[in-house]
Design a protein. Structure first.
Lengths: 321, 346
């Protein structure tokens, strides 16, 4: 009996270990295959691919900088916009919301996360873009002269992409952040109240306890924004240029892949597109590594004065980071 | 509860796994012919394959993945036939393991669409004017070049917003090919391809993306396939042809473009018929081609495809007009039937 159990334990360990190893193999395999298939382009352009500004399939000159810019610019702005909203929703739902409202509101935010991105894209074209266009047209000329708002007010462009990405990121970030806040032990808040904290101070203590998980939720949202393809393609304007203006059309890495992959017959062209995929893969990896570093940094033993204020387990926050 | 893999259960699992792995191979072995390529002719190809399937009970499967993907898969011999909106380049032909035939199947055309507030009249364009607009050299709707062509139309002092396809597309190929013929500057700075480096403008994904942007953006101009414009009832402008007439795209004017090209038709049908000479010809028109190996390995499939092509070029042409494509002129069909005779079927 004991032997069989031990055998079963071993089997279980090997089985789960196999799946974990499979995951590593898949990630490495994707990276290797992207690298192998983009060799032609890597050999031809070298590092110049990362900084080149021209994307010309006819003459065979390829540079990824406008796409890298478009992806990072739109994703960072979307995150800046989405983070306070997502956090607000998460705090309200986990700390302040009347119990009766909690279920339907939670359900609604999660429903938002389940909408396919093509639907967001169509909504973007037919609803968001006209609204953005009238907003752009209503801006006074003095503001329009600023580099941030220069260019013709056509509606389609960076601003629409940022808004749609922000809307798509909010439910992801907020539902993970809410779970993280829910996982904060009640003793944390009770301890804060016991010390005479106000409600806001107790929430702050809970937020501090859950900080790594909350950052993790935002990184998850950022990852979603980096890779988002369809909705962005439909509203960003698809023009590979580097402009700080929110009104100017831009382009993103995922969008150029979706647009041009099917018709790319020439080997170098195809290889350059796959290298765009490789760059996107590398950037996503870097973002994830940076967030890991950030979290490790935070999880270092807390300094003495803080530890005195928040004694219980402040250094071992959990969550979906 | 005891959960363990008894020999019997393990055997069943192995059998199940083997069945899953073997299933696709089994389906392929059923004799289905696979093809892949251009999206533009996909509606008529699926109509043809379903109609022909009813007549002869053969299964032909077509994946509209795009012209580039079609050429790639044909070259790698993962599909039996390909389809493309732009003829294969000489380099691509040489990369293929055998000689590939280009067979025109139907004709398509590209039309200029626009949204200018206050203008209800149909606008006239010339090739060089369209090139200048799409290169960002003509930027206002009341530019003298546009006003001169459209006497009597009150054009507003409004910026032109150029809208082009963002995805690689046969439509863009036809459009760029025409502009390269009429504008030396376009030929030099932009060139011809399914995706080019657009000097100005917004990119819309697919015909619906371009149409959506044009309809919503006051002062915009774009281009879509004639099929799409007819189906969605969008107004479009006329374009001046090589004979100097302003012609509005229609199925007869597109077929006329192919008929005008018969005399200069090369043996391999790899020809561009944009800006074709002669009266009544619409200048932004093109063939779409089906690609076959002249001497494929599988002779049984080859026989089926050759028979199918004979049907598609004759009886099948009657389905073209209903779907918005222009049928081939009789002279071209005759030339193609002769070319089909060279395909090895045994």
């Amino acid at each position: 009996m004991l032997r069989r159990l031990r055998g079963r334990d071993l089997g279980f360990k090997l089985g789960t270990g196999f799946f974990a190893a499979l995951l590593v193999a898949i990630v490495l395999g994707i990276g290797f295959e992207l690298w192998r298939q983009s060799m032609l382009s890597i050999e031809k352009f070298g590092f110049g691919f990362w900084v080149g500004e021209i994307w010309d399939p006819v003459s065979g000159e390829f540079g990824a900088r406008p796409f890298i810019w478009g992806t990072l610019y739109s994703s960072v702005l979307a995150l800046v916009l989405a983070a306070p909203i997502a956090l607000g929703i998460a705090i309200f739902l986990s700390e302040l919301c009347p119990a009766r409202l909690r279920m339907p509101l939670t359900f609604l935010t999660e429903l938002l996360a389940a909408i396919p991105s093509i639907v967001y894209g169509l909504w973007g074209i037919f609803v968001l873009v006209p609204v953005v266009r009238s907003f752009e047209q209503s801006l006074p000329a003095s503001l329009r002269a600023l580099p941030l708002f220069s260019g013709p007010p056509v509606g389609v462009g960076m601003l629409s992409a940022v808004l749609i990405l922000a809307i798509m990121v909010v439910p992801f970030a907020s539902s993970v952040a809410r779970e993280v806040l829910k996982a904060v032990p009640g003793s944390q808040r009770e301890a804060a109240y016991a010390l005479g904290a106000t409600r806001w101070e107790a929430i702050r203590a809970a937020l501090f306890y859950a900080r790594t998980g909350i950052i993790g939720s935002l990184i998850l949202g950022f990852g979603r924004a980096l890779g988002e393809t369809m909705a962005v393609t439909m509203v960003i304007g698809n023009n590979p240029q580097i402009k700080a203006s929110l009104f100017a059309p831009g382009y993103s890495m995922a969008a150029v892949l979706a647009n041009e992959f099917a018709e790319a017959a020439d080997d170098l062209y195809l290889s350059a597109l796959i290298e765009i995929g490789l760059v996107l893969f590398a950037i996503t990896l870097m973002v994830n590594m940076a967030s890991r570093l950030l979290i490790w940094q935070m999880n270092k033993p807390v300094r003495a004065p803080r530890a005195a204020r928040l004694p219980v387990g402040a250094a071992t926050a959990g969550g979906a980071a | 509860m005891k959960v363990s893999f008894t020999p019997g259960r393990r055997r069943a699992l192995v059998a199940l796994a083997a069945a899953i792995v073997a299933a696709p191979a089994f389906l392929v072995a059923q004799g289905q012919i696979n093809g892949a390529g251009a999206t533009f002719p996909a509606p008529i190809y699926s109509k043809w394959f379903s109609e022909y399937g009813k007549l002869k009970s053969v299964a032909i499967n077509y994946q509209p993945l795009g012209s580039g993907a079609g050429i790639r898969q044909l070259t790698n011999q993962t599909v039996f036939f390909g389809a493309t909106d732009g003829p294969m380049t000489t380099d691509q032909m040489q990369a293929a393991p055998g000689k590939i035939l280009h067979l025109p199947t139907v004709l398509g055309a590209v039309v200029p669409i626009y949204e200018v507030p206050g203008v209800t009249a149909e606008l006239k364009f010339t090739g060089p004017l369209i090139a200048d607009i799409f290169m960002g050299k003509v930027t206002k709707w009341n530019d003298p070049a546009i006003v001169k062509l459209n006497a009597g139309v009150k054009l507003p002092d409004l910026d032109i917003t150029v809208v082009h396809r963002s995805d690689g597309s046969g439509t863009s190929y036809i459009f760029a090919d025409y502009l390269a013929k009429v504008s030396p500057e376009w030929a030099k700075t932009v060139g011809v391809s399914t995706a080019v480096k657009w000097p100005v403008g917004l990119g819309g994904k697919g015909s619906e993306g371009v149409t959506g942007l044009v309809k919503q953006t006051p002062g915009s101009i774009g281009y879509v396939e004639l099929v799409y414009a007819l189906q969605t009832k969008i107004a479009f402008g006329s374009v001046q042809n090589a004979a100097g007439e302003f012609v509005k795209a229609s199925i007869p004017s597109v077929t006329a473009a192919a008929a005008a090209a018969v005399k200069a038709m090369p043996k391999d049908f790899r020809v561009s018929i944009t800006n074709a000479p002669g009266p009544g010809v619409y200048p932004m028109a093109s063939f779409t081609w089906l690609l076959l190996y002249e001497n494929p390995k599988d002779k049984a499939q080859s026989k089926v495809m050759v028979d199918f092509m004979k049907w598609a070029l004759t009886d099948g042409q009657k389905f073209a007009t209903g779907l918005g494509y222009a049928p081939l002129p009789a002279e071209i069909v005759k030339l193609e039937l002769a070319a089909l005779a060279t395909v090895k079927v045994s």
